[in-house]
Design a protein around this ligand. Structure first.
Ligand code: NDP
Length: 495
């Protein structure tokens, strides 16, 4: 991708300038412009959906044999791998994540296309037990045009998680990436072109969610929306979807509890808790942002945690040794700061962090130090609301029943972590915690083969997993009559 020129967007396979407002994307580590583009306009949305609909009907993609569609998607995976360094650098510029992390995200995107290619060619349709003079089958059909709306925190992986299963299922897909991080999605669409995905099946429409995302959601030809983002946006989209009776999947926010039991391996737990909250600068839906530590361990554990947090290397995302880059934007850093102020005004004590580092690159970008706050009860707003930044609240607990009640006392239920050497306790807690994912003696590990999603305000539906492809398909039952005679109910009619 040439960054020194205006970026075209992809409207039903046509690469051309958007017809919306011109804007620059910014590198969060310096605040400097990376490149410029014109956002999509309402007309572009209309053209993208109309073109996608035509491509769905006439490109023959949906009619290809599953192994033929899979072959194209395997090729997408291969091309992502061949271009992985370029994509990782692009994504670093797009959202300021450290290069080590963006490389992992690119690898995950390749793995996602490979996995859904395999899911596509191995998906089985079933013959169900017959209960009459007929053979009954359950089969799946593609839906048509589906929309994918993604946030800024892990672009290439989020987009791959929606595009790969949507295409594998035989659909056309219109992607609305976050306005401020459109580059990875555009690069992914180029790769899909190169791999042989038929023209028109993919559109990438950067622009404001309140305009472009809203138009996509309301459009009668859009048959499903797969959304990742904030809970209030997700609820807004779900309300619109209800009027259309349109299925949606929602990957939303979190306020995930991490629990350190008194028999935990402390080296593992300290490392895991630090990684769980501070990697990706805490801009992660699954960040382990509420920490519960068994009281006998609490003082010792917190000392080690604070020492570890202070040792985290913050800095230039291009540096291989950087662990934490900047936050996504100046506005988001201010929001994180307001949450820290709120926590302190609620009676919290700042154990470390709570400031902007200064000097060199720190004076340009949107950096913020790893922050730990103690002394709050679980009902404090800082313990209940998602900060989406490097802010951990820590609380001691005395017994398991009290712990469980507090850990589950959240409007969110996305993920949770348990650190314990006791298999039985970990099993008991792991089953009792209300969350879409529970990690035991590890945290923030992902596998494309394992379903992911949240309960309650954390979401609806599951992405990933072999059956993730079914989110993008309609189920249909077929009855094949085997009757030797006309249906008995009907009166006999002679010629
Ligand atoms: P937002 O909900 O603000 O935005 C997400 C996407 O939705 C963006 O592309 C945005 O566009 C778009 N959007 C905004 N308003 C509308 C609308 N009215 N109709 C349709 N689309 C709209 O979330 P953030 O970008 O702030 O991302 C952070 C949130 O995402 C956090 O809450 C986080 O927890 C959640 N998240 C959840 C994940 C999960 O898997 N559970 C993973 C990653 C993040 P625009 O470009 O204008 O912002």
């Amino acid at each position: 991708m040439r960054l020194d020129q205006l970026q075209p967007i992809c409207v039903a396979g046509e690469w051309r300038l958007g017809t919306g407002a011109r804007y620059a994307t910014l590198y969060p580590a310096t605040g400097e412009a990376v490149t410029e583009l014109h956002a999509a306009s309402a007309d572009d949305v209309e053209a993208a959906i109309a073109g996608a609909h035509q491509a769905f009907l006439h490109s023959g993609w949906a009619q290809r044999k599953p192994h033929e569609r899979a072959a194209v998607l395997y090729r997408v995976a291969q091309l992502i791998r061949e271009q992985s360094e370029e994509l990782a650098q692009l994504q670093r510029l797009d959202n300021g994540k450290p290069i080590k992390e963006t490389r992992a995200l690119v690898a995950s995107a390749a793995g996602t296309f490979q996995f859904f290619a395999a899911a596509c060619e191995t998906l089985e349709e079933v013959i169900t037990p017959s209960r009459g003079d007929f053979v009954t089958m359950s089969v799946y059909e593609p839906m048509g045009v589906v929309a994918a709306i993604t946030p800024w925190n892990s672009p290439i992986a989020s987009e791959a998680q929606k595009m790969a299963p949507a295409l594998a299922a035989g659909n056309a897909v219109v992607v609305k990436p976050a306005e401020i991080t459109p580059l990875a999605a555009l690069a992914l669409a180029r790769i899909c072109d190169e791999a042989g995905v038929p023209k028109g099946l993919i559109s990438i429409l950067p622009g404001k969610g309140s305009v472009i995302g809203d138009l996509l959601t309301r459009h009668p030809l859009v048959k499903r929306v797969s959304f990742t983002g904030g809970t209030s946006t997700g609820k807004h989209i779900a309300r619109i979807a209800a009027d259309k009776m349109m299925p949606v999947s929602m990957e939303l926010g979190g306020k995930s509890p991490t629990i350190v039991l008194d028999d935990a391996d402390l080296d593992h737990a300290v490392a895991g808790v630090l990684y769980g909250i501070f990697s990706s600068s805490g801009e992660s839906c699954i960040a382990g942002s509420r920490l519960f530590v068994a009281r006998p361990l609490y003082e010792q554990f917190m000392q080690r945690l604070v020492t570890g947090a202070r040792a985290i290397r913050i800095g230039d995302p291009a540096d291989e040794h950087t662990l934490m880059g900047p936050l996504i934007s100046a506005a988001h850093r201010q929001s994180v700061e307001r949450y820290v102020d709120l926590g302190l005004s609620e009676g919290g004590q700042l154990l470390t962090g709570g400031e902007r580092p200064s000097g060199g690159i720190f004076d340009q970008g949107y950096f913020y130090t790893p922050t730990i706050i103690a002394g709050l009860g679980n009902s404090a707003r800082l313990c209940q609301e998602e900060v989406f930044g490097p802010v951990l609240v820590a609380m001691p607990f005395d017994d398991e029943a009290e712990l469980l009640a507090q850990a589950n006392d959240s409007t969110y239920a996305l993920a949770a972590g348990i650190w314990s050497r006791d298999f039985q306790r970990a099993w008991r807690l792991g089953r009792a915690l209300q969350a879409g994912t529970v990690w035991i003696n590890t945290y923030k590990q992902f596998s494309i083969s394992t379903p992911f999603g949240g309960w309650r305000d954390s979401g609806l539906g599951r992405e990933k997993g072999r059956l993730g492809i079914l989110q993008y398909m309609e189920q249909k039952s077929l009855y094949w009559g085997l009757n030797q005679q006309p249906i008995a109910w009907a009166p006999a009619v002679q010629e």
